[in-house]
Design a protein around this ligand. Structure first.
Ligand code: PGA
Ligand code: ZN
Length: 432
């Protein structure tokens, strides 16, 4: 189980930007690799991706320096390490980097190696990745929350909120839930086309039409659910990620793309109250901006027993920030993105802290993704109950769904589907 060498290549992500692919070779001949994703609407306190900044290559976005760090310093530090001791290996990477945000070696270099190590360990011990990461506890398959309308930083349309998701919870299995979601995605396409709207897709595979205002997106989706033969609320619920840190400007929420009126924190909270009461919305992520902690506290007191309030940019998959949020009563759930923190061990530590403290856990892709399916296994390993990994198209997103279908099949009769119970407990009592 000892590492014999560590390598890396400069790969490309789904936006055609360079990213790190890391490989681990073990003395027993096992080889495993992993590819790192990349965000667009990033939190200020995320671990730092190292980019070359050379304007003559990929507009400065090359990752050759990070690749070199893997091949030289990281390789030298890890040769001989037991690959099954993930914590010790990750701690060594953190120590070697020496900065609080992994900016010297690059969080992209470090995470690639950390993920590849987990995969190598799973392979060398003869286990699927989800079993290796999660142990033998029975975990439900997550509800796929499909981001069927894209806006914000992920699309060039007039929609300010970033993500409008459908969660097909009322199904007997993951595969059936996914089918309901995909059928609704196709129904939405027909509906948009019929009404003269564009059906091109955004970064995460959801449609990206120009709409009159953000609420129109919700209305279109509800109609699509019915058109596909399902009942909004009873079969399929809605989740939102407005990614409001992107709208935040000196204490005001600015709706630049749609041209709607600016809003204060109070007005935003009022908007969410109205929407939650009017529509079958069970989850809102980044309902307020990452620097609006006072607003978040108030929002949580107002809606936290009715809806899952997920912190993405505000928590950055960081156990220390999450701890502070728990103490302050901010949010009731956390988005989990491996590259926000930069190692597998810290990601798992964050999940454990959230679960211990009654926070929801929502495993997520990035808007810049790859064919790597690590997060599908992570979602099952953690028993997080719901995953967001795209919409009804784009191979880098579908790859995760296909992996989950494979996992479900491999579990046979012991497979179960999380359904509405996969969301934070606050919403179960208020089934729409
Ligand atoms: P990102 O978007 O990967 O661009 O950060 C995803 C999200 O905000 O959840
Ligand atoms: Zn988000």
């Amino acid at each position: 189980m000892k590492i014999s060498s560590v390598g890396a290549l400069e790969f490309l992500d789904s936006r055609g930007n360079p990213t790190v692919s890391a490989q681990i070779h073990l003395q027993d001949g096992t080889v495993a690799s992993a590819i790192v994703p990349s965000g667009a609407s990033t939190g200020e306190r995320e671990a730092a991706e190292l980019r070359d900044g050379d304007p003559n290559r990929y507009g400065g976005k090359g990752v050759q320096t990070a690749v070199t760090h893997v091949r030289t310093e990281i390789h030298a530090a890890l040769v001989g390490y037991d690959v099954t001791d993930q914590k010790r290996l990750d701690d060594r990477l953190i120590e070697l980097d020496g900065t609080p945000n992994k900016s010297r070696l690059g969080a992209n270099a470090i995470l690639g190696v950390s993920m590849a190590a987990a995969r190598a360990a799973a392979s060398a011990t003869g286990q699927p990745l989800f079993k290796y990461l999660g142990g033998n506890q029975e975990s439900p398959l997550p509800v796929p929350c499909l981001n069927v309308i894209n806006g914000g930083r992920h699309a060039d349309n007039t929609v300010d909120f970033q993500e409008f998701q459908i969660a097909p919870h009322n199904a007997s299995s993951f595969s059936e839930g996914l089918r309901m979601g995909i059928e609704t995605f196709h129904a939405l396409k027909t509906l948009l086309r019929t009404e003269g709207k564009a059906t091109g897709v955004g970064d995460e595979g959801g449609f990206a039409p120009d709409l009159g205002n953000d609420e129109d997106a919700v209305e279109f989706i509800l109609r699509a659910i019915e058109k596909a033969g399902y009942r909004p609320g009873e079969d399929i619920v809605l989740c939102l990620d407005p990614a409001t840190s992107e709208l935040w400007n000196n204490g005001t929420y600015v709706f630049e793309k749609s041209g709607q009126e600016d809003m204060t924190t109070q007005e935003m909270i009022q908007l969410w109250k109205t929407w939650v009461n009017k529509y079958p919305i069970v989850l809102i992520e980044d309902a307020l901006a990452e620097n609006d902690w006072l607003g978040w506290k108030q929002l949580t007191a107002t809606l936290g027993n009715q809806v899952e309030l997920v912190g993405d940019d505000i928590f950055c998959t960081n156990p220390a920030i999450l701890q502070e949020a728990i103490e302050k009563g901010v949010g009731n759930s956390i988005l989990i993105k491996l590259n926000q923190i930069g190692t597998v061990s810290e990601t798992l530590e964050c999940v454990q802290l959230a679960q211990k403290c009654g926070y929801g856990v929502y495993v997520s892709h990035r808007s810049g993704e790859t064919e790597d399916t690590f997060i599908a296994d992570l979602a099952v390993a953690t028993g997080c109950g719901h995953i967001k990994t795209g919409s009804g198209c784009r191979g880098e997103r579908i790859a995760k769904f296909n992996r989950l279908i494979e996992i479900e099949h491999s579990l046979g009769d012991s497979a179960c589907y999380a359904g509405l119970g996969g969301f934070h407990q606050s919403i179960v009592s208020t089934q729409h």
